[in-house]
Ligand binder design. Structure first.
Ligand SMILES: Nc1ncnc2c1ncn2[C@@H]1O[C@H](COP(=O)(O)OP(=O)(O)O)[C@@H](O)[C@H]1O
Ligand SMILES: [Mg+2]
Length: 266
């Protein structure tokens, strides 16, 4: 498999940006990667060049289709995305209800994908607890929690440590790790919070990502930070984090060759 969940109690901390750019980094290193969007905002697909007008996704049909793999979109090379898609309010509610009531609903929907040999799956979530995060957490190999270099994020550490994100201890397999995003050396509070997080989290802090305008511009142009600004500070930071994740999960980053052999449905 391996399955990575990118989640955080806070919105706007860079979950979607990090999910997309880690997917790019891991695929550039030779892995076949699938990015899944569990956020009704349906924004993850925009990071992979899917047009705003393309509303396809898996949630609207998830309760009728036992297997969600036919909804995966190819974005080129080794990279695939399963968008949330546009839904009606009743489709969204039905999806969340099934996630809550049927403990096999999610594992059945993702079973083909999670069993695909060598595929790295990285999932993006809405802020805070959600039925999808709760349902997927037991299958996950690693939880990655982006926070900002601010006091609001700092105040949420006890919330996370008290298992409030999923109602149970975060990752039992490879563990749960943090990333401090938008760290800004020019601001005293940002330096202080980053320093405190480094001390408090130790090895659980996988990396610190600089606040970098290239990230905003890369997002606006629907490109990865590696394509838009390969020598930027953020590209360097995210690449380093992706290498640590690959190391923790024992992902074979392969030969850097793009394997474009797609099976039907992809
Ligand atoms: N390292 C960074 N430097 C500057 N801006 C960033 C950085 N990471 C994310 N952003 C910006 O922060 C905003 C929120 O990011 P997003 O990934 O949508 O967060 P979330 O998914 O947690 O809500 C976006 O406008 C994004 O471009
Ligand atoms: Mg998001």
């Amino acid at each position: 498999m391996p399955l990575i969940c990118v989640c955080s109690p806070k919105g706007g901390v860079g979950k979607t940006t990090l999910t997309a750019n880690l997917a790019y980094a891991l695929s550039r290193a030779g892995s076949k990667v699938l990015a899944i969007d569990f956020d009704v905002q349906n924004a993850l697909r925009l990071h992979f060049g899917v047009p705003l007008s393309d509303t396809r996704g898996f949630v609207a049909k998830a309760t009728e289709n036992a297997d969600w793999s036919p909804f995966v979109l190819t974005t080129g090379g080794n990279l695939f995305v399963l968008p949330y898609g546009e839904t009606t309010e009743s489709q969204r509610v039905a999806f969340d209800e099934r996630l809550t009531q049927d403990e096999h609903f999610l594992s059945r929907g993702l079973s083909t994908l999670l069993n695909y040999p060598g595929l790295v799956v990285i999932a993006d979530f809405p802020p805070g607890p959600s039925p999808a995060l709760k349902a997927i957490s037991r299958l996950a190999d690693l939880h990655l929690i982006p926070l900002m270099a601010d006091t609001a994020s700092l105040s949420l550490l006890p919330y996370i440590e008290n298992h409030r994100l999923t109602g149970e201890e975060l990752n039992q397999k490879a563990g749960h790790y943090f990333v401090v995003n938008q760290s800004d050396n020019r601001r005293q509070i940002s330096r202080d919070v980053t320093g405190f997080m480094e001390q408090r989290l130790g090895d659980r802090l996988l990396g610190v990502i600089h606040r970098d305008e290239s990230v905003v511009e890369a997002n606006a142009s629907q490109q990865s930070i590696f394509d838009f600004s390969p020598v930027s500070a953020a590209a360097f930071d995210i690449e380093l984090i992706s290498k640590k994740i690959a190391g923790i999960l024992g992902v074979n980053v392969g030969d850097g060759v793009v394997h474009n052999d797609l099976r039907p449905g992809f």
